[in-house]
Design a protein around this ligand. Sequence first.
Ligand code: GMT
Length: 377
Amino acid sequence: MNETLKIGITCYPSLGGSGVVATELGKLLAEKGHEVHFITHSIPFRLGAFHKNIHYHEVEVSDYYVFRYPPYDLSLASKMAQVVKREKLDILHVHYAVPHAVCAYLAKQMVGDDLKIVTTLHGTDITVLGQDETLKDLIALAINRSDAVTAVSADLIGQTRTALDITRDIDLTYNFIDKRVYYPREVSGLRSEFAAPDEKILMHISNFRPVKRVSDVIEVFDRVNREVPSKLLLVGEGPDMPKVQNKIRELGLEDRVHFLGKQDEIAQVISLADLLLLPSEKESFGLVALEAMACGVPTVGSEAGGIPELVEHGITGYLAPIGDTDAMAAYAVSLLNNPAEKARMREACLDRAHTRFCDQKIMREYEEIYYRVLGRK
Ligand code: GMT
């Protein structure tokens, strides 16, 4: 049996798929017996109740009056070094390159080479920030100086190589779901609150940022709704919400769309849907499509980024070129009109989510990376 490790985890604790993945991984590692230390600016929102083997270290930022901008990055690096020394951590596993991988590199300069850094790239840290001239060299430095780098899709590995001219090894480690949480829920009572028995439910869940192309969701729904009586449930909030609301008004769809805002019980919410719409411009993986898959709900979306590695076209959903809302609507209509096809896809979704993206399997892949960088294979 491999020895247990002391692992520091830094992530964005309050938003996004990267924070969810980091937190869920920490919980799994702690259940396995490892000692996990979250080093973040607030308690990760997915942490939930008290967990044995999980510790939380809050990063406090100096607000000294000379600072125009509070130096969060320096405070984080300094906190990482303090926690590593005091708790004798073996590994710092940082999620999202900016600023976490840079801070970990700085912490390593303070504590010495025994500390190993594992950096997980999640998407926009490369596909958006990696294009930013003010940050790209620093991101490349942090990637090159990490002891191991992982990315959540093969597509993201390719994008990292191209955008930042990176040649080092990058491990492919897909995102995962906890099957104790993500499974088809019994929601027939709740369903009737949103749709009549003969209506289908389409759903979109995101942070409503431009990369999600939520306007495309409305266009697809508009076309589907002309042929299949249906409702659209929008889950989440974000900057594009006013634009989306305008489009819904312009198309006269107000009484067919429900806004659910931010939701915690995602498995229950997704179980309401007949299909998920994910027409993103950029998507390194698309964790929400995996969450849907694990609840037996297929995705109709774009071929962006890593989505095709997750959603197998024609098997667990349908994919079309970015912006091709006609094709997405046609796929959605054909799926919704064909109960046998829908039942087959549901089974394929459950099977794929719970085997290929099984939490225990992916956790072991991360553990192997930890033992490898520590030379304890
Ligand atoms: O999708 C977002 O805007 C949030 C972002 C994040 O950093 O949390 O998500 C990224 O990481 C997720 C977890 O690995 C992936 O599932 C998302 O596909 C990825 N988002 C993008 O690439 C746009």
